[in-house]
Design a protein around this ligand. Structure first.
Ligand SMILES: Nc1ncnc2c1ncn2[C@@H]1O[C@H](COP(=O)(O)OP(=O)(O)O)[C@@H](O)[C@H]1O
Ligand SMILES: [Mg+2]
Length: 309
C-alpha cells in the first residue's frame, strides 16, 4: 500500500444480475488531489463510488480507501468519507443550522455544536443559518448538502454529479469551494458530465460501460488518443458536418460554437482529404490541438462502435 494514495483499488468487478456494471476497475487517487470521474449515463460511476466507500461489496477485486481495506473495513472507511449522493436530500422544513445539527446527531458527534458552527462559517452559510432549506435556491441547497458531508471532517469527499441542475454561477462557486478543500488536504473524487469541470480536476478517468478507458491529467488523456485535429470555419459549415465525416481519414466531427473540429488518427491522410474539401467548398482549415471534448467524443465512439475512430 502506498501511503500517498487515498484510493488504490484493482480488478474491481460488480454485476447486477447478468449485467456486468463495473469491469476490472483499477483506480489510484492521490491524497489531496481532485480526481474527476467522467462517463456517459449508466457507465457505472455511481456504482463504483458506492464500492469505494464500502456501501456496496464488489464481486471481486481488492484495494484500499484511506489505507483501509474496502472489503473488510468498510465501517472505518465510512467514518472518514463524506459522500454526496447524486440525489441528495435535505429536510425542507428544517433551517440550515437545524439540518446540520440533525446530521451531526446522526453521526453521534461529541462536539456537535462546534462542528455545526465551524461548518456554517467555512461554507459561508452562517448568515443564512435560520433560512428553511426548502426555500433555498439550487446552489445554496447544494452548498448545504456539501456542508452536511463535511461535518464529521472527512479526509475524502466523494461527490456524485454534485452540480447537476445548478446554474453556472453556483457551479463556479462550488468549484472554488472544492479547490479550497483540496488545498486544505482533503481528497476529492467527483463525477461529472460537464467538460469545463473535467478541466478543473487535477487528474481524471473516463469510464464507459463499466470500463475505464483512459486516465491521467487532461493533457495525458488528450495525448493518449493520438488524434490529429483541424478547426474548420466558413459559410454553412454546420450543414457540412455529415460530408466532412465521410472524408478519408476522418474519425470524428464535433461542433465548437461556429466552427467544427474534425479529427482522425492518420494525420497525413486526413490533411490530404481536408485540403481537397476546403479548396472546393471555400472553407478555412487550421491545425489545432485536440481538446478534452474531442478526446471524450473519440473515447465514447470507441465504446459504442468498434468501426468508428
Ligand atoms: N441496484 C441496482 N440494481 C440493478 N442494476 C443497477 C443497480 N444500480 C445500478 N444499476 C445499473 O448499473 C448500470 C450502471 O449504473 P450507475 O452506476 O448508476 O451508472 P452512472 O452513475 O455512471 O450513471 C446501469 O445500467 C444501471 O441501470
Ligand atoms: Mg450516477
Amino acid at each position: 500500500m502506498n501511503a500517498l494514495l487515498a484510493i488504490d483499488v484493482a480488478g474491481i468487478n460488480k454485476h447486477f444480475g447478468d449485467k456486468h456494471v463495473v469491469k476490472d476497475l483499477s483506480l489510484r487517487v492521490r491524497e489531496g488531489e481532485i480526481f474527476g470521474f467522467l462517463g456517459p449515463n449508466g457507465s457505472g460511476k455511481t456504482t463504483s463510488i458506492r464500492i469505494l466507500c464500502g456501501l456496496l461489496t464488489p464481486d471481486s477485486g481488492r484495494g484500499t480507501c484511506l489505507g483501509l481495506d474496502v472489503l473488510t473495513e468498510s465501517a472505518a472507511i465510512k467514518r472518514q468519507v463524506g459522500y454526496m449522493t447524486q440525489r441528495f436530500s435535505l429536510w425542507d422544513d428544517l433551517t440550515i443550522a437545524e439540518n446540520l445539527d440533525f446530521v451531526a446527531r446522526m453521526f453521534g458527534m461529541a462536539d456537535r455544536r462546534t462542528a455545526v458552527e465551524e461548518t456554517l462559517e467555512t461554507l459561508g452559510l452562517a448568515g443564512r443559518r435560520d433560512q428553511l432549506a426548502g426555500a433555498l435556491s439550487g446552489g445554496w441547497k447544494q452548498r448545504l448538502a456539501l456542508a452536511s458531508c463535511l461535518l464529521h471532517r472527512p479526509r475524502l469527499l466523494l461527490l456524485d454529479e454534485p452540480t447537476a441542475g445548478v446554474d453556472p454561477k453556483a457551479r463556479r462557486d462550488f468549484w472554488e469551494e472544492i479547490h479550497r478543500l483540496s488545498a486544505d488536504g482533503i481528497t476529492v473524487l467527483v463525477s461529472t458530465h460537464y467538460m469545463d469541470e473535467a478541466e478543473r480536476c487535477h487528474r481524471l478517468a473516463y469510464i464507459s460501460y463499466g470500463q475505464l478507458l483512459a486516465s491521467g491529467t487532461a493533457e495525458e488523456v488528450v495525448a493518449g488518443q493520438g488524434l490529429h485535429t483541424w478547426e474548420i470555419s466558413g459559410e454553412g459549415i454546420q450543414g457540412l458536418a455529415g460530408r466532412l465525416r465521410q472524408l478519408p481519414g476522418a474519425s470524428l466531427v464535433a461542433s465548437f460554437g461556429s466552427t467544427l473540429h474534425i479529427s482522425g488518427l492518420d494525420g497525413a491522410e486526413l490533411q490530404a482529404s481536408l485540403e481537397g474539401f476546403v479548396r472546393e467548398s471555400g472553407l478555412r482549415m487550421t491545425a489545432v490541438s485536440p481538446s478534452l471534448e474531442d478526446a471524450f467524443i473519440h473515447l465514447m465512439r470507441g465504446g459504442l462502435d468498434p468501426y468508428q475512430g
